[in-house]
Design a binder for this molecule. Structure first.
Ligand SMILES: Cc1cc2nc3c(=O)[nH]c(=O)nc-3n(C[C@H](O)[C@H](O)[C@H](O)COP(=O)(O)OP(=O)(O)OC[C@H]3O[C@@H](n4cnc5c(N)ncnc54)[C@H](O)[C@@H]3O)c2cc1C
Length: 498
């Protein structure tokens, strides 16, 4: 039976990367205007098959969604909820056929190409069926933005705006959800359908607004002190950084909530720490906007001048990097840590990418999906832009090639992080821990140490030198320079170029 368009039918709030009920404008609008409201979350087959998706993401979403439903029940809102495993367009078509959709409410998603293609198909379908789709802008991310003249201002204004509060309007009434086709209703967390999941023993941060608020609160209660000093250290940063990234990436918190808490924070002797944290909040929006404005960077370097950049990495070195078996202790510790916990601080993420693309000579595309799967906070906008920055293919940023031995001595001077994640080196004397290959072979044999740790896959010094020469040479080509001018025009505020 085809439902004919009328003022009847249900209002659907489609939750994507916005798994919260606080400061959620589409939800607030639907509750105030709607009569029969369905809160919907969908695990789409294209997403489950995508190589950036991992089971830790799906579990985090599940935890966040079930926490959201529990809260809705506790609030006694007369709405229905559903979590389904099916293509989003099929779900909407089915709902429209059996119940009629009066209006669709959601946030605009700055997502991967497959979500954009899906949204285009849904746009065509809602138009044909005369269903209003109220798509709300996420924070200050603008579709089709061609320059950044006013962006920073708009971002600040959005962040200072009032938080929306959802409360059921007078017309809301309870209704029966339709019976879903077989296999659609999820009763437990779905799993990815590819075979590249990183696994990992955890524990991972848990999804949900309550958990998110706990991290927010403890950060401003004291963890923020020392933020600036510890942010570069793989061990200490786990406590001194906010750890809000998965909650922002999956929307258990809005950036506006975080920004306003930050603005009101009064933490003695943490002025500089707070300042450093505040700039990073804006960077989040900056990178997502960059991806929104130029989404081809999911596949190609933002600077097209690097399309022919020569790489000579081997499948063996790529596999060793992915498994944390390169023979460079800090690189391996970082990789094993992120596989098992889903988190790594900024500098160590940058170092992993630098090592892959510069020392091991692989294009950024070779590792971008692997780390996306490992990062619990995978956020396409930040991830693809940052990956390319660290790989040195933007043509506008300073070329940075991290020396992992130097990083190790500076950021993990006592080797606590390395010993935690590379058990083969637990007994290695500290003087050799950062570069075990410097231990004299005879001493190594006699010491009774575990000898299973791999020899270094490359010479850090000579591979770094070769990469530097190659990158600088390329940066001076006309193609790279012309593209750099274009990138500055689109993605950088004119004032910051003065
Ligand atoms: C190669 C690479 C890939 C990355 N991929 C992601 C990703 O997929 N998702 C993600 O959220 N971050 C990513 N980052 C940025 C950064 O490493 C993380 O945001 C940060 O480590 C998260 O920890 P935190 O929440 O404790 O951050 P805090 O230092 O406490 O910062 C607070 C928030 O600010 C934002 N932020 C912090 N640093 C940056 C930055 N450099 N760029 C943009 N936003 C920032 C994040 O939303 C973060 O949660 C990536 C960095 C690199 C080098």
């Amino acid at each position: 039976m085809q439902y004919s368009h009328s003022n009847r039918g249900i209002d659907v709030v489609w939750f994507k990367r916005d798994l919260r009920i606080r400061d959620h404008t589409p939800l607030a609008n639907a509750l105030s205007r709607g009569r029969q409201v369905l809160l919907l979350h969908i695990y789409e087959p294209t997403d489950l098959a995508h190589l950036t998706t991992s089971n830790r993401h799906l579990t985090f979403r599940w935890q966040a969604w079930t926490a959201l439903c529990k809260e809705v029940r506790a609030l006694n809102w007369p709405v229905q909820t559903a979590v389904l495993h099916a293509p989003a367009l099929d779900v909407l078509k089915y709902l429209h056929e059996v119940s009629g959709i009066r209006a669709l409410y959601s946030y605009q998603e700055t997502g991967l190409a497959h979500t954009f293609i899906r949204d285009q198909a849904i746009t065509r379908w809602v138009r044909i069926n005369e269903i209003p789709w109220h798509e709300q802008r996420q924070q200050a991310i603008y579709r089709g933005l061609k320059h950044r003249k006013k962006w920073a201002n708009d971002w600040h204004n959005t962040m200072r705006g009032g938080l929306t509060r959802a409360s059921p309007g007078p017309n809301l009434e309870r209704f029966e959800v339709p019976e879903w086709p077989p296999g659609w209703a999820c009763v437990e967390t779905p799993h990815v359908t590819h075979c590249n999941d990183p696994g990992g023993c955890g524990p991972f941060q848990k999804g949900g607004e309550r958990e998110a608020r706990r991290y927010l609160q403890t950060f401003f209660e004291g963890r923020v002190k020392g933020y600036r000093r510890q942010i570069g250290r793989p061990l200490e940063s786990r406590k001194s950084c906010s750890r809000l990234s998965p909650y922002l990436a999956w929307g258990c918190l809005s950036m506006r909530q975080v920004y306003q808490t930050f603005q009101n924070a009064d933490v003695p002797r943490a002025k500089m720490d707070l300042k450093a944290f505040g700039s990073r909040l804006r960077w989040q929006g900056h990178f997502i906007q960059k991806f929104e404005s130029e989404c081809r960077i999911e596949f190609e370097s933002v600077n097209r001048g690097y399309a022919d950049f020569p790489y000579h990495g081997t499948p063996e070195s790529l596999a060793a990097w992915k498994e944390g078996k390169t023979g460079i202790p800090l690189v391996d510790a970082c990789m094993r840590c992120v596989i098992n916990t889903g988190y790594l601080n900024f500098r160590m993420r940058a170092m992993l990418v630098s090592f892959l693309t510069h020392h091991l000579d692989h294009p950024w595309q070779a590792g971008v999906e692997h780390l996306a799967r490992c990062f619990l906070d995978f956020e396409p906008g930040i991830h693809f832009s940052q990956f390319q920055m660290q790989a040195g293919v933007t043509g506008i940023n300073t070329i940075r090639i991290y020396n992992p031995v130097k990083q190790s001595m500076e950021r993990d001077s006592e080797g606590l992080f390395i010993r935690e994640w590379v058990p083969e080196l637990v007994k290695m004397p500290i003087e050799y821990l950062h570069s075990p290959w410097t231990q004299p072979p005879m001493e190594r044999l006699w010491s009774g140490l575990d000898l299973t740790y791999a020899d270094p896959i490359v010479s850090v010094e000579s591979a770094g030198r070769a990469a530097r020469e190659k990158l600088w040479k390329f940066k001076k080509t006309n193609a790279v320079r012309e593209e750099a001018t274009r990138i500055l025009r689109i993605h950088v505020a004119p004032s910051s170029l003065d």
